[in-house]
Design a protein around this ligand. Structure first.
Ligand code: HEM
Ligand code: HEM
Ligand SMILES: Nc1nc2c(c(=O)[nH]1)N[C@H]1C(S)=C(S)[C@@H](COP(=O)(O)O)O[C@H]1N2
Ligand SMILES: [Mo]
Length: 350
């Protein structure tokens, strides 16, 4: 970020530059909090274990800090929107998207509105945040701000600390209030997700990462390619390894079921390699370190009944402690090779 903080030139009075310098610090703080919120959000999505918890504490504090800056930013925005700058509407749209994201995040966390038809509050929360990214980059690039020594003065740093501390206290208070008033949000898991249909397969939600539609698969025609051979559905159905595990979807729900099928290490047999890649008939796939195979299950059943098409019939992967997007549905092939497990996008692209 370099030159171009040109406002003092247009404001020759002695009083204005002070106000503007304050505006620059607000913008700078906003940039920092938005960046933190965006990355900790994805970090929380990457885990269904403790890193999700501390990511979300930082995330929520960042979100509350952005809320705290809104009065100051709206002063800057009101001042700027009056200027005949091209594409001001894009800044206004950025504002709308960030507000949608903030409101949807709070609706999710309080539990006041978790499901909106086929979509969840989380879908709006993350969707609006992603849509805001190009606008935010453009907004900042077009309005270069110069970081001045005073922006890093003791006073500025103390002020930033006060905003962060205040945001953390506000977040903690919101959690206490949610519990005291019995808001539905009090029941969320450490990932922020809500329980749905546990131990009741018929009530478990059906979800896709992005665009995958439920395929129609004929149980007689279907074959699984794994361990150097082909498996029929009935052959796989004969395996009775069991695992009780919780699917935690980034869409904002979790569901615990008693899964049954074949342990993954039994399915791949003696195949040697560093990683195991589990592939769906739709092409959707995920790769895992081979030493995790014995903790994963290729399930054909849950709660004593066969999987239905929505939940992955004929077979789906169960990944204890892995977010829902690792639980590949409609599995058709399992491959073992030496491609490293990190040589894949951190989140599926389809
Ligand atoms: C513009 C960027 C973002 C802002 C300002 C923001 C802000 C917020 C706020 C204020 C909350 C409510 C916190 C609470 O009361 O507990 C929240 C919750 C949440 N956000 Fe974000 N967020 C942003 C982007 C994202 C992204 C990109 C993701 C994921 C990829 C994400 C994932 C989550 C999750 C999982 C929760 C629920 C946490 C819980 O209920 O405990 N956020 N966010
Ligand atoms: C929540 C995200 C943000 C929103 C919604 C937002 C919105 C706005 C709006 C509506 C304006 C006035 C119209 C315009 O100039 O296009 C504006 C001006 C401005 N914004 Fe932002 N902004 C955000 C974040 C940032 C960040 C992160 C920076 C810099 C790091 C920044 C720097 C500026 C500057 C320098 C101006 C010009 C002020 C003036 O002309 O007086 N903004 N912003
Ligand atoms: N083939 C395929 N498998 C998939 C997905 C997908 O889009 N395609 N979505 C994943 C995601 S994000 C989740 S949360 C779970 C949802 O499983 P469910 O519909 O049984 O609740 O499936 C996972 N397996
Ligand atoms: Mo999901």
């Amino acid at each position: 970020m370099a030159v171009g903080f040109d406002m003092p030139l247009r404001t020759p009075t002695a009083a204005r530059p002070v106000a503007i310098a304050r505006g620059a610090r607000t913008n700078l703080a906003l940039l920092a909090f938005l960046t933190v919120a965006f990355f900790t959000g994805w970090l929380a999505f990457a885990y269904a274990t403790t890193p999700a918890r501390w990511s979300l504490v930082v995330h929520a504090a960042g979100g509350f800090a952005i809320l705290a800056l809104l009065p100051w930013k709206s002063m800057i925005a009101r001042r700027g929107i009056g200027r005949p700058r091209p594409r001001r509407w894009a800044s206004a749209l950025l504002g709308v998207l960030v507000l949608i994201s903030l409101v949807a995040g709070l609706l999710h966390s309080t539990g006041l509105a978790v499901y909106w038809g086929p979509l969840t509050a989380m879908d709006f929360h993350v969707g609006a945040a992603i849509a805001a990214v190009p606008l935010a980059i453009w907004h900042v690039a077009e309005r270069r701000i110069r970081v001045r020594p005073t922006d890093l003065s003791r006073r500025s740093i103390l002020r930033a600390g006060a905003v962060i501390g205040g945001a953390a206290v506000a977040y903690a208070a919101s959690e206490v209030i949610a519990r005291a008033t019995g808001l539905p949000g009090a029941a969320r898991r450490f990932t922020g997700s809500y329980e749905a249909g546990s131990y009741q397969p018929g009530l478990m939600p059906v979800s896709s990462w992005m665009f995958d539609a439920i395929p129609t698969i004929d149980r007689h025609a279907w074959r699984l390619t794994a361990g150097g051979r082909e498996w029929s559905y009935d052959e796989l159905l004969a395996s009775d390894d069991r695992l009780t595990a919780t699917l935690d979807c980034t869409g904002g729900f979790f569901s615990t079921q008693e899964w049954a099928g074949a342990r993954l290490d039994r399915v791949i047999g003696k195949a040697e390699g560093a990683t195991v890649r589990v592939v769906s008939v739709t092409g959707y796939n995920r790769r895992f370190p081979i030493d995790r195979a014995s903790s994963m299950l290729l399930a054909t059943r849950f709660g004593g009944q066969a999987l239905d098409p929505g939940h992955g019939f004929p077979a789906r992967l169960i990944v204890p402690d892995g977010r829902g997007f690792w639980w590949v549905k409609w599995v058709s092939a399992i491959e073992v090779d030496d491609v490293p497990h990190w040589a894949q996008p951190p989140f599926p692209l389809q």
